[in-house]
Design a protein around this ligand. Structure first.
Ligand code: NDP
Ligand code: HSE
Length: 444
């Protein structure tokens, strides 16, 4: 690039939706700040979207709009392509083709990167272009940069994340204001905090995709998000939220990864965590990620994990990084995972049944003498030790909730003991159990 070209770097946007609109706003409103920081002007040369008529609330010249994403990637004057259409179909084709044409890429597409990350990152390396993806996890929170750069000196011992705003909003509302999952979800949909089809968010799929990306960065690997044990929040009840409070916990949908010997623990599920932990107080649509590095100790990042402007903030940060790389002739200065290509390796995920942790277990049990001893007998036979027990009501001859918190127990033993206990005639319903994380941030 000639020096004159270095003073103006052309970017092209595909996807003028929620995040795309935020990106256009920031590039316009903060053009001066960006120029002062980058030493160059970021010029939005083309925007592609299916709909180029709708008023997006930000002025753009009509002649830069097109309905064809390929007009963006085929423009020889565009150096950086910003993919913000989402999904794993057209988005993948456009990104791959853009890199084939020597373009650098910015994307927020966690669904795509969690599944096709390896193929996309390997192409970026072959083509000598940059791919940045800060907004794919934690919206505006710079967690990707933290893992790739700020924490580069560390072996990451553990990561605990609240990385889905929709699920966190619903759980926080249920905890703070009461209400059943179905009713709170419906109200969240009415307010626009949850999608019409909420399954991706409430079933934990989005969280598992994002956790896969964090694991890949932390451990220099490519895990399949489908291999991450994933449970959503639909089964969380008011009863469990109230009992959790009595035991000093709050329930959060947590993404958990821990390095254990040469393998990793990776799981997504509703988790009881101490009410005093900062993660327990991350409410509403906020996200937070707690990481422990063997040198730095505990680090926690907190902020808005979604929404037009926070997400666009992360996208524009990526554009800025690439502009700086272009100006210094330093594309690929940092590899996508921050591990060199030959250091990327397979890391096995431990099967959930082999993990050991404390559990909260709720039974609907007959209120009569000898019930607790029957239950504790089965638990004892599975080497599960009881830490505390609560039975709230009295209903002689009827069924009442009976809650047990265990010491560390193996998941496989817990599951077999639950199967046995459910067959006892003193048990009236399916047993509910929720995993507990007592020592978030403690050294492994
Ligand atoms: P939107 O649906 O609001 O915007 C996407 C836009 O792209 C729509 O206008 C869509 O048009 C258009 N589009 C889709 N396919 C094409 C195509 N082939 N060619 C041209 N235009 C196309 O999505 P968001 O802005 O919310 O999300 C964008 C990305 O950012 C996704 O990967 C998402 O996961 C990620 N993200 C979003 C966050 C958020 O808060 N919204 C937070 C973090 C990440 P049409 O509607 O007609 O299909
Ligand atoms: N649906 C996601 C959430 C958007 O609720 O967090 C951000 O990825």
């Amino acid at each position: 690039m000639a020096q004159r070209d270095m003073d103006r770097i052309n970017v092209g946007l595909i996807g003028f939706g929620t995040v795309g609109t935020g990106v256009v706003k920031i590039l316009k409103e903060n053009a001066g700040i960006l120029k002062d920081k980058l030493g160059c002007e970021v010029v939005l040369k083309k925007i592609a979207d299916h709909d180029i008529v709708r008023d997006r609330g930000v002025h753009v010249e009509q002649d830069i709009l097109t309905t064809d994403g390929r007009e963006v990637i085929n423009d020889p004057e565009i150096s950086i392509v910003i993919e913000l259409i989402g999904g794993t179909g057209a988005a993948k084709d456009l990104i791959m083709e853009a890199m084939d044409r020597g373009k650098h890429v910015v994307t927020a597409n966690k669904a795509l990167l969690s599944i096709h990350g390896r193929e996309i990152f390997e192409k970026a390396a072959r083509k000598g272009v940059d791919i940045y993806f800060e907004a794919s996890v934690g919206g505006g929170i710079p967690v990707i940069k933290a893992l790739r750069e700020g924490l580069v000196a560390n072996r990451i011992e553990s990561m605990y994340g609240i990385i889905n705003g929709t699920a966190n909003y619903i759980l926080s509302k249920m905890t703070n204001d009461g209400g059943r999952f179905e009713d709170v979800l419906r109200r969240a949909q009415e307010k626009g905090y949850a999608e019409a089809d909420p399954s991706y968010d409430v079933e934990g799929i989005d969280t598992a995709n994002k956790l896969a990306i964090l694991i890949n960065l932390a451990y220099g690997t490519y895990v399949n998000p489908g291999d991450i044990y994933t449970e959503g929040i639909a089964s969380v009840s008011q009863l469990d939220i109230k009992f959790a409070k009595e035991f000093g916990y709050r329930i959060k949908l947590l993404a958990i990864a821990k390095a254990v010997d040469s393998r990793i623990e990776a799981r997504v599920h509703p988790t009881m965590i101490p009410a005093s932990h900062p993660l327990a107080n991350t409410d509403g649509v906020y996200n937070a990620i707690h990481m422990r590095g063997n040198a730095v100790g505990s680090v926690m990042l907190y902020g808005l994990g979604a929404g037009m402007m926070p997400t666009a903030s992360a996208v524009v940060a990526d554009i800025a990084d690439i502009c700086r790389n272009i100006r210094k002739g330093a594309a690929n200065r940092i590899t996508p995972l921050s591990y060199t290509e030959d250091a990327v390796r397979e890391v096995g995920i431990k099967d959930i049944s082999s993990l050991e942790m404390p559990y909260y277990i709720r039974f609907l049990a007959m209120d009569k003498p000898g019930v607790l001893s029957k239950i504790s007998g089965v638990l004892g036979a599975h080497n599960i030790s009881i830490s505390s027990v609560i039975q709230k009501d009295r209903k002689i001859g009827g069924a009442v909730p009976l809650v047990i918190v265990t010491h560390n127990a193996f998941e496989r033993e817990l599951r077999s003991s639950m199967e046995e206990i459910e067959k006892l005639d003193i048990i009236q319903d399916k047993v509910v159990y929720i995993r507990i994380e007592e020592n978030i941030g403690a050294a492994n």
